[in-house]
Design a binder for this molecule. Structure first.
Ligand code: UD1
Ligand code: MG
Length: 452
């Protein structure tokens, strides 16, 4: 179910597209569901901002049912009758509870089938049940008498600690035979799916509860503060998973690591690091504090010093980056290369053991092996209309404060004198100087002083 607006978020974005752990709430639920049933058997009920929601998750291969008016969770399942009645049993999952695990959904399904229940409710006992529907059991059995929503709780029911997770399994025939009996006679004026529990019980059907082992798994996100709590929960889960694989995440509560990120063993992630998107980090690396790495591939034995921003780039074995380097998309840093402070790169291939250690811009450049790029070197890649390429071949030495006006090529082993402005190609093994010649007027100051 993903058709609701999410009124309590006070946001223009539909609730199920709010992100935790780097992706929309709904994407987490679909991922868990797709581990349990074939993806082509998953129907997402959309309604509020339907097209936006559809576009965001269509790539997963799920199907969609449109609930054009959002009149409650019971109405959502009514709207999906044509799609769901073809199955003898189906599962209902809330699109706003992203911590759910596939194994818990599987447990609920197996329980439902083994016990031949008409309706099975996944429940939990969280530390604070406020806001959730509560489970009224029949004594201490696994039978349920009713679900009572927060707003309808009678005073003597307010101490019930067992909540409805919003995840269910149903036998479709008895469900659809009775679903039209739901009413809107409740504080929200909506058709509540939760009312099916007492309706089915009254018809003599078995409604059962199975409790989730970890109450955190069923937490829903109805407010921004709950969203932030779920995000922290997911990040911590990810950091713990990495630690079981031999990665050290120091002060994990400060790190932001997306779900898809892979990190090799013996790597150390220092506090306040963000690893985002499709990022891979090899073994025995160190990522120092305040670095933000997105969609990048980093090999083994690499050191990322503090404060680096690395985006859509690749870094080969034993390279050292930072502090304060900015690797923009298309930067390919070679084995054992160094990129130092306040160096910006974009669409660059920097060869093995080459160094650009200070205050440099390298854009649209191909730099060979063992090249030294002096402090303050700039590739002038843009003429105001087009981008041009700079080629610096193996073993070249670029003096500090040089500007290389592209398109231009510095041959292998060539030297460029400091502060040169290079506008023409430099052949291999030659020295190029492109600067005003130094003039020294001996005694000039002394004479001036004496004149005064
Ligand atoms: C619901 C349950 C509550 C449970 C809680 C668990 C009901 C009446 N209450 O409350 O017992 O403890 O979930 O998180 O079901 N949706 C639709 N169409 C609609 C309305 C909602 O698709 O017309 C979707 C929403 O997008 C959401 C899900 O259903 O993904 C649950 O709706 P929500 O409004 O969050 O229900 P809760 O108040 O959280
Ligand atoms: Mg909810």
């Amino acid at each position: 179910m993903a058709a609701g607006k999410g009124t309590r978020l006070k946001s223009k974005r539909p609730k199920v597209l709010h992100e935790v752990g780097g992706k929309p709430l709904l994407a987490h639920v679909i991922r868990a569901a797709a581990e349990v049933v074939p993806v082509e058997n998953i129907y997402v009920i959309i309604g509020h901002e339907a097209e936006r929601v559809r576009t965001a998750v269509a790539h997963t291969g799920v199907k969609f049912v449109v609930q054009s008016e959002q009149r409650g969770t019971g109405h959502a399942i009514q709207s999906a009758r044509t799609a769901l009645a073809q199955f003898a049993n189906f599962l209902v999952l809330s699109g706003d509870a992203p911590l759910i695990r596939a194994e818990t959904i599987r447990r609920m399904r197996d329980f439902h089938i083994e016990r031949d229940a008409t309706m099975t409710i996944l429940t939990a006992k969280p530390s604070d049940p406020t806001g959730y529907g509560r489970i009224l059991r029949e004594g201490s059995t696994d039978r349920v008498a009713a679900i009572v929503e927060q707003k309808s709780l009678r005073p003597e029911q307010s101490n019930i600690g067992e909540i409805n997770s919003g995840f269910y399994a149903f036998q479709s025939e008895p469900l659809y035979a009775n679903i039209d009996r739901l009413s809107t006679n409740n504080p929200h004026g909506e058709y509540y799916l939760t009312d099916m529990a007492s309706l089915l019980v009254a018809e003599g059907h078995a409604v059962m509860a199975i409790r989730a082992e970890d109450p955190d798994e069923v937490l829903g996100a109805n407010t921004i503060s709950e969203l932030v709590g779920l995000d922290a929960n997911l990040r911590m889960r990810k950091a713990r998973d990495l630690m079981t694989l031999g990665v050290t995440v120091l002060r994990p509560e400060t790190s932001v690591i997306d779900d898809e990120v892979r990190v090799g063993s013996d790597t150390i992630i220092e506090p306040f690091v963000q690893l985002l998107g499709n990022t891979t980090i090899g073994e025995n690396c160190r990522v120092r504090s305040y670095s933000v790495i997105s969609n990048s591939q980093i090999a083994n034995d690499v050191t990322i010093r503090p404060g680096c921003i690395i985006d859509e780039s690749s870094i080969s074995r034993a390279a050292i980056i930072g502090p304060y380097s900015h690797l923009r998309p298309g930067s390919e840093i070679g084995e054992s290369a160094h990129v130092g402070n306040f160096v910006e790169t974009k669409k660059v291939r920097l060869g093995r053991s080459s160094k650009a250690n200070h205050l440099t811009y390298l854009g649209d450049a191909e730099v060979g092996d063992s090249v030294n790029i002096g402090a303050g070197t700039i590739t002038c890649n843009y003429d105001g209309v087009n981008k041009h390429k700079t080629v610096i071949q193996d073993g070249a030495f670029i003096g500090s404060d040089s500007t290389l006006v592209a398109p231009v090529k510095i041959g292998a082993g060539a030297y460029v004198g400091a502060a040169s402005c290079i506008t023409r190609d430099v052949p291999a093994d030659s020295l190029a100087l492109g600067r005003g010649a130094q003039v020294v007027k001996e005694g000039w100051v002394k004479k001036k002083r004496e004149k005064k």
